[in-house]
Every structure is written in C-alpha cells, then in structure tokens.
Design a protein around this ligand. Sequence first.
Ligand code: GUN
Length: 281
Amino acid sequence: MTAVVINGKQMAADIIAELKSKIKQLPTPPVLAVIQVGDDEASTIYVKHKQKAATEVGISTCFYGFAKDCSQKELLDLIHTLNKDPEVSGILVQLPLPEQLNEQEILDSIDYKKDVDGFHPYNVGLLQNGYKKALLAATPKGIMHILDTVSPDLSGKHALVLGCSVIVGKPTAMLLLQRGCTVTLAHDKTVNLSELTKQADILVVACGCPEMVKGSWIKDGAIVIDVGINRLNGRLCGDVEFTAACNKASYITPVPGGVGPLTVAMLLENTFEAYKAQNNL
Ligand code: GUN
C-alpha cells in the first residue's frame, strides 16, 4: 500500500478562505489577544504564525510579551483586563509557561467565552458531555477535520491515540469516542505498544518522540495522523517514521504541512465563533 499524503496546507487554506469571506461581513473585526511569556524559540515561531494568519483572515491581534521571570499576578491582572474588554474576542496564552507560573490557574482565569484554545475546564467539561457549542482545542479540532475529510464514517473503527496531553491526546480521544470509535489512549507506561498500534484503523501520534512509531507497527490501510514536530539531525520530522509508514498506511499526514496548518486555521475559526457568540450573531 502506498499512502495518500494528506495536504494539510491546502485543507487549512480552504478553511481560511471561507473564514475570510465570513469575517468581511462582520461589523467590526474580531480581536485575538496573544500572550507569550519568555522567548522560547519554538513558541515564538508558533505565535508569529498564528498572528500572521489571523491578520490575513481579518482578525486583529494584540501581542503581550512578558519576561520569563514575570509573576503570576502580572499575568492574571492582564487576563482580567482582557476578560472585561468587550473589544477582545479571544485570549490565547502560548504554552508551555515557565515553571514558576501556575499554568492551570492562568488557564482557569480566562473567560471561557474567550477561551479560543479550548483549555478552560468549562470548555473541557462541555466537550466531555458532547455539547456542540464548546470551544474545542485547535489541534484536536484540526485532526477531526482531517479524519472527517478522508473517512466520513469513523463509526466502529479502532482508534489509538498515543500521548495523553490535555492539549492533544485527551480531547482527541474524546472526539473519536463521540464519532463511534473504539478508543485506546496509550502513553509512556503502556506495555506492548506495537501490538496495540497494529490493531489501529486510526493512529493519532502525539508523543513528542522523533520517529518513535515504526512503519512495521502500523496496520495495513490505517489512517495515520502525526502530530509531532521534532528536530532530528537538523531536519524536521514527526513522531512516525514517515517513509516506512507510507508503505502501510492508506492516508498519512506529513511533517511539516500536515496537522500544523490546521491547528492555526482552527484557532482562527474559534476566534470567529467566540466573536459571534459574544455578539449574539
Ligand atoms: N503550545 C503547544 N500547542 C499549543 C496550543 O495549541 N495552544 C497554546 N496556547 N499553546 C500551545
């Protein structure tokens, strides 16, 4: 089998084009507040991508950069101000945060209606209950968009999600469950991992280990979604051994150009949705 390589850039471009025309019709532009603490290189790149894409689609952005030794109170004060500002549609705090900060308290302090990352416990709870109006975390939403495009009926399929982070693994597992998949959520304590992956019709890998999943671990015809972005010997790679996996999978996302562009597109869609909900549109 030779896998179809999923063009995440094109899928994202289609979403963004549609969003752009919808945003044009709004009375005022949505506003996305972007908060970054410190100057981690990867975070800086992601934040710049997000801001550039927002501007292109007609969303205004306000960037708030903090020194890496900033205090919890400084961040909370800003978030409280942004929560109260009717002009601000969405608030994004780029993760991870430095160790001295209490990440959960900061995420909890964001007004759930402006929580365009979908990390607030209220939105997580809505997702858990299958409530459609939840703001969904952008990467899981992007993954589901890819899966719905290449395989409209997921019901009855065995999905294995490798990695159980709050940002990707857990919400993706929940969404797959809601589509009727039988879901296995694997992690670094899982034993006989390759035996499990060999049973998976859908394999979502978000473990942050370069090329950890080998081609031989993949079931013939599986759909492989690689969320990893790693650097190995100076080149970018995912969590899946791409070339070998192409010989087994039916569809596979490349790195870069797979899930990443959809994460950005979904963040913009969430900002648009948040704007509409706040303005009763
Ligand atoms: N760090 C890695 N992924 C994300 C994301 O989707 N949102 C935020 N805010 N930070 C991240």
